[in-house]
Design a binder for this molecule. Sequence first.
Ligand SMILES: [Zn+2]
Length: 300
Amino acid sequence: MEKLCNFNHEFIIVHLLLFASLLSFTNPTPSPTQDEQSQIISRFQEYLRINTSQPSPDYKKSTQFILTLAESLSLETQVIEFVQGKPLVILKWPGSDLSLPSILLNSHTDVVPSESSKWDYHPFGAHIDENGNIFARGSQDMKCVGMQYMEAVRRLKASGFQPKRSLYLSFVPDEEIGGHDGLEKLAQSDVFKNMNVDIILDEGLASPNENYRLFYGERTPWWLVIKATGAPGHGAKLYDNSAMENLFKSIESIRRFRASQFDLVKAGLKGEGEVISVNMAFLKAGTPSPTLMQNPWRNG
Ligand SMILES: [Zn+2]
């Protein structure tokens, strides 16, 4: 279950400071008042209550919600559907020096599915308990980030700040199913080229406490299929060079490599993001045959 612990203005301030350094802005704005804080939480809850879970996210509602917020911040808006029914919402705060490359703050609007019967509170209720914890699917991954961007922009605007570089906010669909119809299409488009982006902030790992960790790397998946071949033979006999024996040689060397990488993490010598993680995800081998089941001493 996703629970966003003690969501309060500290999260907003972290992003604000981050943007401030990106925007060469050094005077932090004052902390939000009690009233402003409850408005921030209400807006966040409203976003969480929109059911954008795969496989049928309500992108119409989330788009409308984002556009309404953008309007209240006087941001330029653009909705692009590279694939019908899968809108990308792009907001722009134009910079004062258009010759400078821009900053892009990305978040995805969809969330993974949830089984409400297994939740203490409804996954789209955005319930707040007495400790200030907010319960909702997407509270961490990653509607909180999208809303932090918005709230940081709101505070910067209210302080009279004007960025030198243009600032873009993108709200993209379908990240949870690969992003092919969302960010992937944007990255390949002229729209993106014209945005002249210099740096992008995206999601990291959810945090179970108030420590906000920043990541500056991306892991790259590499799917590897190993197909082993070898000599056929009677299942009850010992012989060399069978397909299974050859396959095990590969599996064993991968297993050893995996253990060596994992040992570095366990020993605290390397972080999770500094090693190569490898996992065997699927194994299909052999030909089901009565021969394998026979007792050779009884049946020959
Ligand atoms: Zn995510």
